[in-house]
Design a protein around this ligand. Structure first.
Ligand SMILES: [Zn+2]
Ligand SMILES: [Zn+2]
Length: 108
């Protein structure tokens, strides 16, 4: 968190650092489950070379990478999306909240 805030973690940049941590951690955890880098337009499994590239990408896996993850982990996708939505809402990550809600709407 501290490094993602360029050495000055404050209340005002906490969420930005947390979102960076979530993106990097999600990407690396994806590798732990055997998912390679993804070339889809905006996927957490895209490779990044800088924080600005990390900031540009979403914390969200594309549908193909989600299917790969689900084939090895067998999670309940609706439960996962509801929990993500609640987390994003609590943290005021509005872009991610909106995307989780869109994904939930597709399931209903
Ligand atoms: Zn990677
Ligand atoms: Zn992907």
């Amino acid at each position: 968190m501290y490094r993602f805030a360029n050495g000055h973690l404050t209340d005002s940049n906490f969420n930005e650092s947390l979102l960076r941590l979530i993106k990097i951690s999600s990407h690396e955890i994806g590798h732990m489950f055997g998912i390679s880098h993804c070339l889809n337009a905006n996927c957490v499994m895209n490779g990044t070379n800088s924080l600005s590239e990390t900031d540009y990408h979403l914390a969200r896996a594309c549908s193909l990478c989600q299917r790969k993850l689900n084939s090895s982990v067998h999670y309940d996708n609706k439960k996962r999306l509801l929990e993500l939505k609640n987390f994003f809402e609590k943290q005021h990550f509005n872009t991610d909240l909106s995307l989780a809600q869109q994904d939930l709407n597709l399931l209903q």
